[in-house]
Design a protein around this ligand. Sequence first.
Ligand SMILES: [Zn+2]
Length: 171
Amino acid sequence: MYRCTSAQAVVLLEAGSLFPATTAIVGLPSMMPVTEYQFAVAVAMLCGFMVGSFLNVVIYRVPRGISVVRPRSFCPACKAPIRPLDNIPILSWCLLRGRCRNCHAPISPRYLAVEALTGIAWGMVTAWQLQGITLSVSKSLYDHIPQLAALLILVSALVAAGGMIVDRVTS
Ligand SMILES: [Zn+2]
């Protein structure tokens, strides 16, 4: 049985205040060493933000029959290519205040919402799936990867489908 030291318990409580929504749903993780658990959730969240950025491309292009690979990201209003620095999930939308750098046309808040939602969903699914895991027992972290991956693909598909429906209804 894994018992946490008082120092780890403090980290545990801090994790609860950092991710209140997550810990409210999954409960405090008590088995896996806290730092690795937090790290895994944080990495999943960052990956989720980047996947959300790609889902925005999918949501815009798939219903229009445009390839999701080429051409590179462009502004739907002026068709100007989007520079890599203006394509950072969440951050770029906020820094540009939801407007194209080139033509100042408003960029739908859907882009921000899909990125944020995907990141939060990835973080929460990972927190849920990895809670209670110890790396020392026979069932290793890697045994949980297939189910975790399947769930992450599922939530991403749901976000993409939801985004296409919202786009269709609102445009
Ligand atoms: Zn533009």
